[in-house]
Design a protein around this ligand. Sequence first.
Ligand code: NAD
Length: 503
Amino acid sequence: MSDLETHQAKLAPFLAQQKDGILNLIGGQSVAAASGRTFATTSPVDGSHIADVARSDAADIDAAAQAAKAAFPAWAAMDGKARKKLLHKVADAIVERAEEIALCDCWDTGQAYRFMSKAALRGAENFRFFADMAPAARDGQSLPTASHMNVTSRQPIGPVGVITPWNTPFMLSTWKIAPALAAGCTVVHKPAEFSPHTARLLAEICRDAGLPDGVLNLVNGMGEDAGRALTEHPDIKAIAFVGESKTGSAIMKQGADTLKRVHFELGGKNPVVVFDDADLDRALDAAIFMIYSLNGERCTSSSRLLVQKSIAAEFQKKLVARVNQIKVGNPLDPQTEIGPLIHQIHLDKVVSYFDVARNEGATIAAGGKAMEGDGCYVHPTLFTDARPDMAIAQEEIFGPVLTVIPFEDEDEALSIANDVAYGLAGYLWTNDITRALRFSNALEAGMIWVNSENVRHLPTPFGGVKASGIGRDGGHWSFDFYMEQKNIAIALGNHKITQLGMG
Ligand code: NAD
């Protein structure tokens, strides 16, 4: 049996478990949508039907919000050490079911097993990291004055909504849900309609690990009805959202009437900037990895390669050779580097940029077409001779598509790098440390890696500027979002009332 066949055989029983449909989990109960409506989720590998999924609306969101509200006081009051223990049990169960999670995400999203297997384990790490922070989540400061002792503490904000996208869905969900639970919030999760499978697994894992009913609720459905209702619900105190920038702005409007606190991780058009003094072999490896891994359906992908003119021709030649060697295939095959894109709709969007590139006068140096046959497959693509103002250099394509833009010097590189709506991440390749610091300082991005691909350390802040987001994840930045600061001022003596500072 080949590795692919082994994975297919392992996946079959997991798929069979979902044949009766993917239900919501509200207050610990598996329930269909109140309306009885469903939608189908299919695999981008071959278009086959995976399951019918609850197509929820405002009534289901209301039931979930009520369950989250009812569960909140006890969960928030639970000792942090007890929450830590429960969340570690969740992490243990994720590790035990990591292969199932990885295989299901591959089949549901088209992302390759080599990455999904790591992503599933990363989901467990996210739970462990925030579990360990839970006992100190409420810690504050004492800020004494001559007249008063001020004591601060953090308190969980209340029931929160988590809305997630279809790329790396399991791992991204844990990234939001783990800190929310560790902080003492209860959660209503609305996963992306294109990738509902592993959200159900996460909800089951949390229930089976002993999370009290109503602490994590799952409501499936479309963005415009279930998602919208979640953002408008008065009992939901905050929305953590990962997705497209234009959806972020819709959510901000939808949440305005209930003064929703929002945390947005949005799109990117991230530059990788290669100077002629860099270690070019490593830069080449990283440039390839950061756009052609995870199908290029990755917010931190380096979708613009800015390369210094003195080395551009040679660098591009090597790039073309490497892109043409990338192995596209069934995502269950451990050898596969790029699987099918999430859905026909998304494939059509990515492919539409090939005509845009031709019409704008760029060169398609590799790829540039969808693959023949079943499935949402596309050839990994490289655009060269691009100008910074072209749509292929400005817009998030969100596929295995790299746009190369040459630059003369550091000033020009910086101006091209910053001249986009987005500002999530940036990657610099240079051996000049002064330039690296100067350039990083001026680059409009929330996260910058120098001589490295995206290597994430969980205590560091993750997030973007400009159209790429609002707020940061990671370490205490996550708790800042899911918690409120409270200050208690205690008079130390009988000071004369109104004679002290105002406001
Ligand atoms: P999307 O915005 O279309 O959908 C994301 C989620 O929002 C889905 O669950 C969807 O149902 C829901 N939604 C849609 N409309 C809604 C509405 N009006 N109200 C409430 N919810 C609504 O995004 P996508 O296509 O699923 O994901 C890809 C996008 O996510 C890309 O732009 C990518 O860059 C971004 N992303 C960003 C990060 C980051 O950390 N910055 C990480 C991953 C993905």
